[in-house]
Design a protein around this ligand. Sequence first.
Ligand SMILES: [Zn+2]
Ligand SMILES: [Zn+2]
Length: 553
Amino acid sequence: MSDPVSITFLGGLGEIGRNCAVLETDGRRVMLDCGQMFAGDDLPGVDAVLPDFEWLLESGGGIEACIATHAHEDHIGALPHLLEHLSFPIYGSPFTLALVRHKLAEARVLDRTELRPIADGETHDIGPFTCEFLPVTHSIPSGLITAFHTRQGVILHSSDFKLDMTPVDGRRTDLSRIGALAADPGIRLLLADSTNADNPGSTRSESEVGEVLRGLFAAHAGRRLIVASFASHIHRLQQVADAAVATGRTVVTLGLSMRRNVTIARELGVLHIPDHALRDIEDLDELDPREVCIICTGSQGEPRAALTQMAQGRSKWTEIGPDDTVIFSSSPIPGNEAAVAAVRNDLARRGARVVHSGQIGVHTSGHGKAGELSVLHSVAVPEWFIPVHGEYAHLVAHAELARRLGMPDERVVLCEDGDRVVLDDDGITHTGSVGGDHLYVDGMVGHLGSTVLGERRILGDDGFVAVVVHVDLEGRRILAGPDVVTRGWVEQPALVAHEAAVADAVAEVVETALADGDTGLDELARVVRRAAGRVVNDRTRRRPMIVPVVREG
Ligand SMILES: [Zn+2]
Ligand SMILES: [Zn+2]
C-alpha cells in the first residue's frame, strides 16, 4: 500500500474567502493558499477573518512551503499572520510573489520567508510532492493550476478559474496538459472552484469587456472619465488604458493600491501603458479634463477608497461634477451592495453620469459557470472529486454537476471547513474535523472571540447601562451611589427619568440584600444586574448591555 495523502481544509469551504488547505504525506506538510476573508457588518470592528490555524499550530506547524495560486486576498491575505508563528518559503508566479512581497514587507515579516518564483509549465519538488504548475485564466494575471504528483496519483487543484478562450494576455488555461495528465497517469482527485457552480452557461470573456469599454469611451467623448475597478484586476486596467489611449486620453491612477499595482504590473511586463499616456494624480491639474481617464479604487464602496472620497466631496485631488462620467467596471460583492449604492447616489447628487454593470457589460466574473466547470470535469475525468472555494450551496451545486456528468455518488465528497480527508489505495475517507472556526483579527489586538463580538453587537444595537455602587459590607450599608451611566440607550430628556428609576430600583435591592446579610460583591453585582435589567426592559423594551460595578469602600 502506498503512503496515503491527507488534505485538511482550514478555510474556504462554506464561504467565499480565507482559502487554505494543508496536504500531508509521511508526516510532511505543504500548504495550498493562505487567504483571509473580509468581515461584513455582522462582525463589528473586525478587520479580517482568518483560516483556523489552531490545529496546524498545535500539531507542530511543520509547513515546508506554501503555494500561492494567485494574488487575491482570499488566497494570500493570511500569510502575514501565519508567518508570525511559522517560517516557510512561498511559491507562486512572479506577479503573485510581487504582491505577496509588498504585503509581507508592510507587515514586516518578509524575513520570515523566501519567495520562490514559478514559471508556467514548470515542475518543482515542494515538500514531499512533485508539483506541476499550469497556466489558468482568472480575474488577476498569472494564476496557476497545481498538479500534485503523489504516491496516490495526481491531485489536481483548479485554482480560481474561468475558461477564457480570448484572454487579454493570450495566456489560456492549459486544458491540453490536463487532458494529457488525465490520459496518463490519470487524475486521482480533482479539487475545483465552485464559486459560480449554480450559474448556468459560461462566463463572458474578459476581452468582451474591452469592446464595451471602447464603445463607452467613444460615447462619452468630451467628458472626463473616471473608472473604478479592482486594483488587482490588471487585465481590466489594461483594457481601460487601451480604450483611453485609443481615444487620446491620458491615464491617471488614483488610490494607493491602484498606483502600486500599476507600477508593479508594468515593471513585470503584465501591464502595458506607454509612458507618455500615464501620469500621476499630482499632475491632474495640468491636463485637460476632457482628455483624462482616472482609474481609481473604490468599486466596492469601501469607505476610505478614492472613489468614495470623491463622491463625498472629501478627495484632496479633485471634485466630481456634471462633466464627469463614472464607470463602475465591477459588480458589488455580496454584502457590499448598500455601500456601492450609497456611492452611486452621492455621485448622482454631484451631477455625474454613472455607468455600472447592471446597465451594460462593463464587468465579467473571474469564475467559470456550470458550462466551464463541465468542460474541466470532462477533460480531467477525475476518479474522485471534492468541490472547493464556495459557500455551502455552491459546493452542493458543484457536487450535483459532477454527478450529472456521470461521477458515481460515492466518488463525490462534500467537505466543509475543518474537514480532514485521507486519500489511500481505497480512495477517499473522511477522518473527522480539526475545527474550522473563524479567527477574527482586530487591529493589533490579535484574535477576537465570539464573546467580544457578541458584546459589540449588543453595544451597537442597544448601547449600555452601567450602575456603580459603593458598599460597606460589614456595616451593611450603601456608601455611595447607585450612579447610573449610559451610552447609546435612550435620548434626553427621557433619559433622566429612566436613569433615576434604575438607581431607585438598584438602591432598594442592594439595601435589602445587605440587610439580609452574608452577601459578597459578586452576589451583589448579580442582584444589581437583575434589578437594573428589569427596569430597563420594563421602561424601554430594549436590551442594552447592563454593567454592574459594585465596590467595597
Ligand atoms: Zn481569485
Ligand atoms: Zn478566490
